[in-house]
Design a binder for this molecule. Sequence first.
Ligand code: AP5
Length: 222
Amino acid sequence: MNIIFLGPPGAGKGTQSKRLEARYGIAQISTGDMLRAEVKAGSEIGQEAKTLMDAGRLVPDSMIVSMLEKRIQQPDCAKGFILDGFPRTVGQAEALDEVLARLKSQIDVVLVLQVDEDALADRIAGRFSCAKCGASYNDVSKPTKVPDTCDVCGSHDFVRRADDNRETVASRLASYRKETMPLLPYYEKKVKVAFIDGMAPIEDVSSQIDTIMQEVEQITQK
Ligand code: AP5
C-alpha cells in the first residue's frame, strides 16, 4: 500500500502518517525530517537546504527527488510507504511517477487534510517534540500528560523547529498554495483522492482515515 499525504503546513500530516505507519506496518517517509537530518549532520545538502527551509521556501526538486528515490527502495518500504510532505510540486509528482513505473509500483490513494488557514499558525506555534525520542506534542491540542515530561520516554528535554514561527508560516502557506495545490487536479485524474476534515480532533481525523483506508484495502485486494 503506497499513500501520499497532502495538506498545508501544520495540517496534521506527520501526526496521522506516524499513526498509519504503526497501524499498517508501512514506512512513513517525511522529506522534511530527512532534510532536517541533513541539516543536523551539516552535510552539503543540509547547508543548502537550511537557508531555504528557515525562509519557508521549498528546496529544489532535483535535491529532494534523488533522496526520495533512494529512500523508497530501502527494505522497510517493501510492504509500502506513506509519503509525508512529498511530492510538493507537479515536477516532483512527475518524477515520482517515473520512478514508480520503473519499480513497477503505483500510488494507491492520496489523502488530503483540509484545515482552515487561520488555525495553522496556532498549531505550528504550539508544536514541540521530545529531543530524545522525537515524540510530537502541542501546547494546546496535545500537551504532555505530566508537565515537562515526555509521555513516551520520560525525557525532560524538548525542542521546537527553527521554521515554526508565525513569519515563516506565511511563506510556507504561500508555497503550498502556489506549488502544491496544483497536485490535486494532477492526482484526481489518476488515482483515488480522499478529502479529510483536518479541523476535527486528532482521534476523529484518525477515524475518518481508517474508514477511507478500509475502502482502499477492499479495492486493492480485488
Ligand atoms: P515539513 O517538515 O514537511 O513541514 P510542513 O509540510 O510545513 O508540515 P509540518 O511538519 O509543519 O506539519 P504537519 O502537517 O506534519 O503537521 P503535524 O502533524 O506536525 O517541511 C519543512 C520544510 O522542508 C518545507 O518548508 C521545505 O522547505 C522543506 N521540504 C520538505 N519536503 C520538501 C519537498 N518535497 N520539496 C521541497 N522542499 C521540501 O501537526 C502540527 C501541530 O498540530 C502538532 O503540534 C500537532 O500535535 C497538532 N495537530 C495535528 N493534528 C491536529 C488536530 N486534528 N487538531 C489540533 N491539533 C492538531
